[in-house]
Design a protein around this ligand. Structure first.
Ligand code: ZN
Length: 418
């Protein structure tokens, strides 16, 4: 206690701080009016002894999380600034005051950032060194804090603090970074990975009173998802394990992994992966007509790539997945690899007489000419029409095109035109 230094912002002597800290808080001299108001709200809620099921509708909505997360506050003492700051506990509803001790300057800076965001103010460093940190309000309204290494013992202590902001609340806080946001919303995103950026933005506005660009929120969500799901790098590195486990747990499946490894002294790099689970392959062979739809689409993610798929049609005319592959791009080589693997898996053209349907994918037409020149290969009319309508618009032409697609002889088509 004897380490407390004097204060330049009306805090009084060291004995004042220790003995009359409740007065300091209550008067708002140290922590500002907004915190003083919070203090009243907490006190009022605690006294009313509100039953749990009424908490969400009472006037103390701002404090409801506190009721759910912690036991009810029994006295206002629990809201006083802690003498020794515990970064694992005290970051929530943060209060700062002269005399507070932090384990290092890094913890102090983290606390300062949290404090500024919670109180809707922005600051800049005047001094930012391992031995001393001084920050003042970005609007230069007089708010200022200074902390430095203690002379005796370990720790970093707030020496002076003028806590009153004369500037208005800032809704544009540059301390709210995507990394900080991702840590704040990690659990919510874990519960709902599809939580969209628009909804997150609203939540941030409500929780922290800051308005952020969508790009920053998108980055924050991506960081949170990477943290939850593990990085892409880690996931690609575990593909061997994944394939191994699928083969153990789902015997009869076909997985084929292709890697690039130019020389033995470099680690293999993922190139392609073909997957057909046992039920997909056996279900298709047992119950679907010999008709295979082929398609490909882009993969989102830092390394891109494409997913190729082979889909059948079951007895109810519903889609039935047969196999899919992750490849580097839609190229003739990747389509050739996928189709060759697929036919080795489900049986050759000559035995089953497969009919294929696809869009005019890049590389696929050439692949058919190369490896399946005699296969029945048709194009999806809907895809062809989307190209057709760019030049030939109107319902009459659309209907004519579909009629042409449905008829199988020239005479049939001419008759259908009436
Ligand atoms: Zn200010």
């Amino acid at each position: 206690m004897s380490d407390y230094s004097g204060s330049s912002c009306g805090l009084g002597s060291e004995s004042d701080y220790v003995d009359e800290s409740a007065d300091i808080l209550g008067g708002g001299e140290v922590v500002g009016d907004d915190v003083h108001e919070e203090e009243d709200v907490v006190g009022a809620c605690a006294e009313e002894d509100i039953p749990d099921n009424h908490l969400r509708s009472n006037a103390c909505e701002d404090e409801e999380d506190e009721y759910y997360l912690r036991s009810p506050i029994s006295s206002s003492d629990e809201r006083e600034p802690k003498i020794e700051f515990n970064e694992h506990v005290d970051m929530e509803k943060l209060l700062l005051a002269v005399g507070m001790i932090f384990s290092s300057h890094k913890v102090f800076r983290a606390a300062l950032k949290e404090y500024a965001i919670q109180h809707g103010s922005d600051y800049m460093y005047v001094k930012n060194e391992p031995s001393r940190v001084t920050a003042e309000c970005k609007s230069k309204c007089g708010w200022r804090i200074h902390a430095s290494h203690m002379q005796q013992g370990e720790g970093f202590q707030i020496k002076t603090f003028n806590s009153i902001h004369k500037c208005p609340r800032s809704y544009n806080n540059h301390h709210v970074s995507s990394t900080w946001l991702s840590s704040k919303y990690l659990e919510k995103i874990r519960d709902d990975p599809k939580w969209n950026v628009h909804a997150i933005r609203k939540s941030i506005k409500r929780d922290f009173k800051v308005d952020l660009p969508k790009s920053k929120i998108y980055r924050a969500k991506r960081k949170a998802l990477e943290c939850i799901e593990g990085g892409y790098v880690e996931q690609y590195a575990r593909i061997w394990d994944y394939c191994d486990l699928v083969m153990v747990k789902n015997p009869g499946s076909c997985l084929k992994l292709k890697v690039e490894r130019p020389t033995l002294d470099v680690l293999p790099t993922f190139q392609r992966l073909y997957i057909s689970l046992h039920a997909m392959r056996s279900g298709f062979l047992a119950g679907c007509r010999p008709f295979i739809g082929l398609d490909g689409c882009h993969l989102k993610g830092p390394w891109g790539g494409q997913i190729l798929s082979a889909v059948g049609k079951d007895a109810n005319d519903h889609m039935f997945p047969i196999a899919y592959a992750i490849v580097e791009a839609e190229l003739k080589e990747s389509w050739t690899w996928f189709l060759t693997t697929l036919l080795n898996d489900i049986g050759q053209m000559e035995t089953h007489g497969w009919t294929f349907i696809s869009d005019r994918q890049k590389g696929l037409v050439e692949t058919f000419e190369d490896i399946l020149p005699n296969a029945d290969h048709r194009f999806c009319v809907r895809h062809m029409y989307s190209n057709f309508k760019a030049e030939f618009k109107g319902k009459i032409l659309k209907d004519t095109m579909w009629t042409a697609a449905y008829t199988s002889t020239l005479i049939e088509f001419q008759n259908s035109k009436g």
